[in-house]
Design a protein around this ligand. Structure first.
Ligand SMILES: Cc1ncc(C[n+]2csc(CCOP(=O)(O)OP(=O)(O)O)c2C)c(N)n1
Ligand SMILES: [Mg+2]
Length: 667
């Protein structure tokens, strides 16, 4: 049996060789954290390489995702379906070893990391999901949910503000099964960190309510092992293990220096590392005894099997709970009656015709859907009363009682969104989280990561325009809708009334392959009459809401709170003998996915007299109105004034729409 050090050296050589071959990548962190990874994975990590989806596996997150060769080496060595040829293809097109770890590309990669700080926040989300699931499902003598979340993070993650947001909440919520390893190597890209990072990280985390284990020698296996044992023994608080490591460990000329952070060591230095470590094999050749020392397949299958037995006993004692666990966690399916009940709610919303703010209509949707879906896990970044995300059945998750379905995220938009990614990646929940649309920008990269990872999340954004009024331009989004719509794999909905809002919620809940952004008004809105066919067409993202008798002269396209004024303008134009169609377009991406015949039926290509009306950046709409069209939108920031005054000031009036259409028809 090779020594622990030799097992760890396998990570070092694989990492430096793959980076060398790709002529690109980051050898320093994998070489520095190899000993920690070896102890964690070989002595503690509960996983089954032959079934990466086993629900009660421990989760591993490499928050310092630039060190991706560390996780690829671990997955390869321990027996996942990641052959050595894939490691030779590091960073190449369509390989399973992309530059940074990407969920969905590589078996065993739980979350995409690389944007520093978000991995630790994802880890917080995973640990939170575990804690809530355990509270919801475990029963006396039956602990079917019982796993740890382990996170590696570096100086970069610690410097990023999001680590504060997420770790602060992790302390408050007492996430005792979260164990993070801080790679305290004193180096980031620009060199020794003393010039830009001198926090007392131990004190910082203690103040969050974490259990902190200081100054562990990250190259001493017994010390690492003792630290992990102490971390596991602490079940009420998350643990931060601060490990002192040498970046690029094993490289005689580059270890301890930022030179090993993000570029190949060079062939000469690679040869010197081999000599220093006493590693004789050629690149990508691992001796059989080293593979044997790492192979986790038999142990993993055995631990999964013992869990299967536990689950069988649980199923016998609690058949209904076990069936719910299967549905929510194993299959990730909605209840069989969900679609029909949601459909009935849409019809009911249409029939009622309530003139309410779309945020209020959203709350009505949540109230029903939360009853149908115990997996719906809500939250808001300290704006519950404004976002209207709390409903009667909402119950806050607390350190001492995590059985609830609502998270008070505090004022942490970015943290909330990245935590939601972790919850979603973990499985068992459909998370929704809310803030003002304007503050989506604080969270933007986590929302993007949600889309990139194809994770279901429901981002609720209220106070969606200048219509919110007196809070002024700091709170009035202009460019956010456009940015959301430009991001691949996000479905953005901006709804015009209660019926459209109910449809948007149903769509977001049924969309399992990516996030939805639901954008709602602060102010009350009209309600619109619709035929059953029109109600059905809402789900197509865009549809004819009001049509002309005969071929229209002009088409008005609008969304959300501006649909009301647009319909009134169409009536005024009709009174003047103009034939005008109004298209409501709650979701452009959903509309774009419809077949060509449907799109042509809504927006006939030969009708070029088109005007779009939306209180957001105008540019986006030229895609739909063309060069010959007009957009009544925003090209400046808003102002502070009552909402109605602003809508008038910026031209969202019947008169302005009418005259714009008339001008267009005269041209
Ligand atoms: C949000 C974000 N900003 C910047 C970067 C670019 N970047 C990658 S690694 C790194 C420095 C990380 O330092 P540390 O975590 O100490 O890693 P080490 O050099 O110790 O491996 C930076 C700035 C990034 N990946 N993500
Ligand atoms: Mg560092």
């Amino acid at each position: 049996m090779p020594s622990r050090k030799h097992l760890a050296d396998a990570i070092r050589v694989l990492s430096m060789d793959a980076v060398q071959k790709a002529n690109s990548g980051h050898p320093g962190a994998p070489m520095g954290m190899a000993d920690i990874a070896e102890v964690l994975w070989n002595d503690f990590f509960k996983h089954n390489p032959t079934n990466p989806n086993w629900p009660d596996r421990d989760r591993f997150v490499l928050s310092n995702g630039h060190g991706s060769m560390l996780i690829y080496s671990l997955l390869h060595l321990s027996g996942y379906d990641l052959p050595i040829d894939e490691l030779k293809q590091f960073r190449q097109l369509h390989s399973k070893t992309p530059g940074h770890p990407e969920r969905g590309y590589t078996v065993g990669v739980e979350t995409t990391t690389g944007p520093l700080g978000q991995g630790i926040a994802n880890g917080v989300g995973m640990a939170l999901a575990e804690k809530i699931l355990a509270a919801q499902f475990n029963r006396d003598g039956h602990t079917v949910v019982d796993h740890n979340t382990y996170v590696f993070l570096g100086d970069g993650c610690m410097m990023e503000g999001i680590s504060h947001e997420a770790c602060s909440l992790a302390g408050t919520l007492g996430l005792g099964k979260l164990i993070a390893f801080y790679d305290d190597n004193g180096i980031s890209i620009d060199g020794h960190v003393e010039g830009w990072f001198t926090d007392d990280t131990a004190k910082r985390f203690e103040s969050y309510g974490w259990h902190v284990i200081r100054a562990v020698d990250g190259h001493n296996a017994p010390a690492i092992k003792a630290a992990i044992e102490a971390a596991k023994a602490e079940t009420q608080k998350p643990t931060l293990i601060i490990t002192k490591t040498v970046i690029g460990f094993g490289s005689p000329n580059k270890q301890g220096s930022h030179d090993s952070h993000g570029s190949p060591l060079g062939l000469e230095e690679v040869a010197l590392v081999r000599k220093t470590l006493g590693w004789e094999q050629e690149p990508f050749v691992i001796p059989a005894d080293v593979y044997a020392g790492w192979d986790a397949k038999a142990k993993g299958s055995a631990s999964e099997k013992s869990w299967d037995e536990k689950f069988a006993a649980y199923e016998a004692a609690y058949p209904e709970l076990a069936a719910e666990f299967e549905r929510r966690v194993v299959k990730g399916e909605l209840p069989a009656d969900f679609a029909a009940k949601a459909e009935a709610f849409i019809q009911e919303s249409q029939a009622k015709g309530e003139k309410i703010a779309s945020r209020k209509a959203s709350q009505n949707s949540i109230a029903l859907f939360a009853q149908l879906l115990p997996e719906l896990l809500g939250g808001s970044a300290d704006l519950a009363g404004s976002n209207l995300t709390l409903v009667k059945t909402s119950k806050g998750v607390e350190a001492g009682d995590a059985s609830g379905n609502y998270i008070y995220y505090g004022v942490r938009e970015f943290g909330m969104s990245a935590i939601m990614n972790g919850i979603s990646a973990h499985g068992g929940f459909i998370a929704y989280g809310a803030t003002f649309l304007m503050f989506q920008q604080y969270a933007a990269n986590a929302v993007r990561m949600s889309a990139l990872m194809k994770l279901q999340n429901i981002f609720v954004y209220t106070h969606d325009s200048i219509g919110q009024g007196e809070d002024g331009p700091t709170h009035q989004p202009i460019e956010v809708l456009g940015t959301l719509r430009l991001t691949p794999n996000i479905d953005t909905w901006r709804t015009a009334d209660a019926a459209e809002t109910a449809v948007s919620w149903k769509a977001a809940i049924e969309r399992r392959t990516g996030p939805s952004a639901l954008v709602f008004s602060r102010q009350n809105l009209d309600a619109f009459a619709r035929t059953p066919e029109q109600v059905a067409n809402i789900a197509k993202g865009g549809y004819v809401l009001v049509d002309s008798q005969g071929e229209p002269d002009a088409i008005l396209i609008s969304t959300g709170s501006e649909v009301g004024v647009t319909v009134k303008a169409a009536e005024a134009l009709k009174a003047k003998g103009k034939k005008v169609r109004v298209v409501s377009m709650p979701s452009t991406s959903v509309f774009d996915r419809q077949d060509a015949a449907y799109k042509e039926s809504v927006l006939p290509s030969h009708i070029s007299a088109r005007v779009a009306v939306e209180t957001a950046a105008a540019d986006y709409w030229y895609k739909y109105v063309g060069f010959d069209g007009r957009v009544i939108g925003m090209t400046t920031f808003g102002e502070s004034a009552p909402g109605p005054a602003l809508l008038e000031y910026f031209g969202f009036t019947v008169d302005n729409i009418v005259s714009t259409v008339e001008e267009l028809l005269e041209d």
